[in-house]
Ligand binder design. Structure first.
Ligand SMILES: N=c1c2ncn([C@@H]3O[C@H](COP(=O)(O)OP(=O)(O)OP(=O)(O)O)[C@@H](O)[C@H]3O)c2ncn1[C@@H]1O[C@H](COP(=O)(O)O)[C@@H](O)[C@H]1O
Length: 134
C-alpha cells in the first residue's frame, strides 16, 4: 500500500502546478488548506457512513478518495509519506503495534512483543492516578 500512496503523492506534487480548470488537485491547491481539510473530512464521513451501512464496496471507493485527499493535505503541509511511515515504525518499535503510546502509564501492554523484550523497558512517568493508589 505504501508504494501506491507514494506514487499518488508524487502525482499530486506533479499536478499541483497544472491548470485548476482541468486538474482537481491543482484546484485544491489553489483553494488552499481549509478546502483540502474540508474535502478530507467529507471523505472520512463518507467512509464512516458506508461502513455503518455495511457497504464494503463503497467503503473501498470512499477510502481511495480519502487517501487521495489525505495525500493532497500532506503535500500542502510539507509532510512526506516517509515521515508518516517513520512515525509508525517508531510506535511499532515501542509497542509492537503501530499505535499511540497510552495516555496513562498504567495502560502500557502487560506482555511486550519479543522485539521489545530485547529493548530498554519503557519507563512511564508515574501519573497522579498511580500515586493515588498508595
Ligand atoms: N487519485 C486521485 C483521486 N482520487 C479521488 N479523486 C477525486 O476526488 C473526488 C472525491 O470524490 P467527491 O465525491 O468528494 O468529489 P466530487 O463530489 O466529485 O467533487 P466535489 O464537488 O466534492 O469537489 C472525486 O471527484 C475523485 O475523482 C482523485 N482525483 C485525482 N487523483 C489522482 O491525482 C493525480 C492528479 O490528478 P488531477 O487532480 O486530475 O490533476 C492523478 O494521479 C489522479 O489519478
Amino acid at each position: 500500500m505504501s508504494d501506491s500512496l507514494e506514487r499518488l503523492y508524487l502525482a499530486v506534487l506533479a499536478a499541483r502546478d497544472l491548470d485548476p480548470a482541468t486538474s482537481r488537485t491543482a484546484r485544491l491547491f489553489q483553494r488552499g488548506p481549509s478546502k483540502m481539510a474540508k474535502k478530507l473530512a467529507e471523505e472520512a464521513i463518507e467512509v464512516v457512513i458506508d461502513a455503518v451501512n455495511g457497504d464494503a464496496k463503497a467503503v473501498v471507493r470512499e477510502s481511495a478518495d480519502l487517501l487521495y485527499n489525505l495525500t493532497v493535505l500532506w503535500a500542502s503541509a510539507g509532510v512526506r509519506p516517509e515521515d508518516v511511515w517513520r512515525e509508525m515504525s517508531r510506535r511499532e518499535d515501542m509497542l509492537g503495534i503501530a499505535e499511540k503510546l497510552p495516555k496513562s502509564p498504567m495502560k502500557l501492554p502487560k506482555v511486550a512483543s519479543p522485539s521489545i523484550s530485547r529493548r530498554r523497558p519503557i519507563v512511564a512517568l508515574e501519573g497522579r492516578a498511580a500515586r493515588k493508589r498508595h
